[in-house]
Design a protein around this ligand. Sequence first.
Ligand SMILES: [Zn+2]
Length: 1032
Amino acid sequence: MDPFDSNNSERVNRPRNMIENSMFEEEPDVVDLAKDSAAFPTFPALDPDEVTYEPRSSRLLVRGLGENELDEEEEDYESSARLLGMSFMNRSASHRPNSSPYTRHAQPQSCSRPSTRTVVVCVLFLVIVASMTMVLYFLPGCTFTKTGCRKPNSTAPLEPVYPHSTSGELFPWAELRLPASVRPLSYDLTLNPVLSTMTFTGRTVITMSVLHSTKRIVLHSAELNISRATFQLGDGKPSVVDVLEYKPRQQIAIKFPGELKMGQLCILTLDYSASLSHTYDGFYNSSYIDKDGNKRVLAATQFEPLAARKAFPCFDEPAFKATFLVRISRQEGYQTFSNMPKAKTTQLPNGLLLDEFEKSSVNMSTYLVAFIVANFTCLSKNVSNTLLSVYAVPEKREHTLYALDTASTLLQFYNEYFDIPYPLSKLDLVAIPDFLAGAMENWGLITFRETSLLVGNQSSPLEKQLVASVIAHELAHQWFGNLVTMFWWNDLWLNEGFATYMQYMSLQRVFPQLDIGNLFLGVRLRALAKDSLNSSHAVSTQVDTPEQVAEMFDSVSYEKGASILLMLNASLPGRQFQKGIIDYLKTFRGSNTLTDDLWNSLTQAEISPGQTNISEMMSTWTRQKGFPLINVIRKGDQVTLTQEHFLLSADNSTPPSSMWHVPVTYVNDSCSLAPECSQVFILKTKSDTLKLANNVKWLKLNYKNTGFYIVDYGEQGWDDLVDALTKNVSVLTSEDRASLIHNMFALSRLGRVSFHQVLSLMNYIANETDTAPLTEALLQLGTIYRLLDKRQEQGLVARMKGYIMGHFGALMDKQTWREEEGVSKQELSSALLEVACGLEKPECIEQARAMYKQFSNQTMLIPGDLQQVVFNVAAQTEEGWSLLLEAYGHVAYDAEKRKMLQALASTQDARRITWILKAGLEGNVVQTQELPLVIRTVSDGFAGHLFAWDFVQENWDRLIEKFPVGSSAIQSIIKSTTSQFSTQAHFDQVKSFFSSLKERGSQMRSVQAALETIRLNQRWMDSILPALRQWL
Ligand SMILES: [Zn+2]
């Protein structure tokens, strides 16, 4: 999935805040058991019904493991914790020496300094408890457990405490994860959506195989009213069975008086009805206004990660793969779509038509199933043996051509690169008018936001780059994710990190003219910032609750995942990386994997013995959070490299002694530009030494910033680099220059370099002309500008503005206000002009106003990538804002419409700010899917940032009704409204609001990220304000 609604990816003028993090760090020891357990799907023989489908890497839910079994006290804790809906992470947090100050629950208090009275009371209490326990323990016929007294050396686990189902009867399962005793083989789904009433009925027939003898079948179902259920064992007769439901875990169960035996086949048939969802997940209704002004309705699905259960009862975990046969009824005039091609259509007695799709030719996870009922048109073509089509609402048919051509090229590229042809006979790419995420990779039926797929005649180079990039991501998923799927959401990065890496890699290969390299570099630099916080998490991390699953769709899974794959590929010789992933895909096609499976495949693809052990190296990057800071100390030709955890810590705590295997690349003054110049040194220990040739003047590590680490060169090392750059900008690649700027600002946040050093590096900028370093510098300065602005440091704001103009003003003046040749140039031009007009540079404002005037007189079209800056300026006057709002109401092209919306939200007028926030919430004039964008834009402005924060507090319950707790939309809303605070008062306010939410969001990682960010902003501002006063 591409949850980041890529249009929102802030370019330089809207700097993302440096910091985003997560609350629950994962300890490396959690994954240790992985090595010892058998691979899925072998199950332990002991009490197999208690085993959940669990990857080897998360042991805490694995039950009945004999020697690995948790001790009884832990077991008891687990049962109670589960009942209370608690996460087991809390327990490990209590053992954590450096645990985050933010924990979900109070940690157990140890009696560190008890008073005498307390000691006496404690002792008495313990004596009483111990006596009672012994009495119970030895009492004959006791009911300590359901099975009677516990035997002294018993190794049998305790029976879990079962919850009550909706009917009051005991629900026969007490885990969030489903039991592994039964496995679905195939689903036969019939759906009858009624768009006029926004409801549907359905029948689901699931054929299952019994893997271990059991007396229960447990599966998922959410918000479905099940009216009838029948069960058939083997060739026997179907009989009606009772369905128990436990709503808090979205599970249903059928209990049997006798045991279902291993190896038996059985069929469960469930009839049900439900409402089409009003949010953006499950089987949801969507609508749009067509060109004649009529409202058109449609229904579409979005199941990842946990919403297939809202459309049909199912085993809704990625490891339960099965085949699917789908039938959907419809009215004449509508079409239906599903993963597979349509097989036949029959007329029903009630006048409706029933479309039946071919049974899926591959085993699929439930989250990849999809169906749509709509009235779309398409363009198609055959690519290899696949019918490729791009669908949109009828009036946007011609906007599908670019996507069709791009997808066709990429499909051929992936077919060859992965050496496995795309396995289905058709692939549809569908633009849905009302869609929250950027896109979703449903197998054979990829769904997109309109802005992520459609390209009109007037589309700009950057819009095309975006569309190509989302298509490349979703197509890569057809292999990474769909063909080979992670066992459980803890390894989501195997899907998302890979698809993200492939999206950039494939575009660099097949569409070099899209200049995707800068975008990928920016992504990696932002990922470093987000992973530098204490509350970040390991790439592969434990997740249990639905909220934690939702929060896995974050920068660590996507961007850090992609960054470490690039680092690996860049440090391997020849085609080893490609060979390794081909081997991985071929070995595991159709099944599920763990992170270690990938590393093992890549290790086996080694060309010669003695090379890096990839598994050993890469597990240091996936099993612990954060990344290293490499310190360089040079004495003559001896260079000592030391590593430490680059941790931005708000409370001055010492970082844990993490260690990475770092493939350090480096170049020097004698050879610094060509790839052959780059040498690799693997740093595996805390400190190591490398020897340079004589007379090396300066050293630059992390060639082209392909490694996921930050470098501190020491004062002399930095001075040498700054000198070299000041004399000749071209001694380093533009990526290396951007990386130096990024590292310098990051080190300033860490307190390792003075702000004076930062400014001395920035002095070389006057000679800089390349996009990557310039946009990086603008972004870093923009972050400081915004913090000063929100602190109302008016004097410094003015000086910072002067500083930016002094360094970039000449370049701003050179911009042509025309569409540039080349995406990279265009990106720079848009960025410079948006900053210039944002800082009210008179020439910029004047030019933008003139262009808007011609645009509203319809005497001129504004080039797509300049529209934002022109609309933003227009929206600052009363007349301009009203004209823009009117245009927003009838402009058909979605990308242009969004830019207008963003401009409307950038107003500094309090009444209009209030109006637009409310409009986004109501969803009439402004679609609700755009609310996160509106909130972010309002928060960016000085006038709006406090309004936005108040709005979020006042409307929290309505927000989480529309966007689930933990979702990317909620993560974005929290970040944008709090990340520019840098004072104690704001910290207290944010903390108190989120703590008051309790289960309505207080436990989210993004909340901890917000608090940590404010603390760090506060600390950073305090440390650099004197320097800013002195030097700006
Ligand atoms: Zn994805």
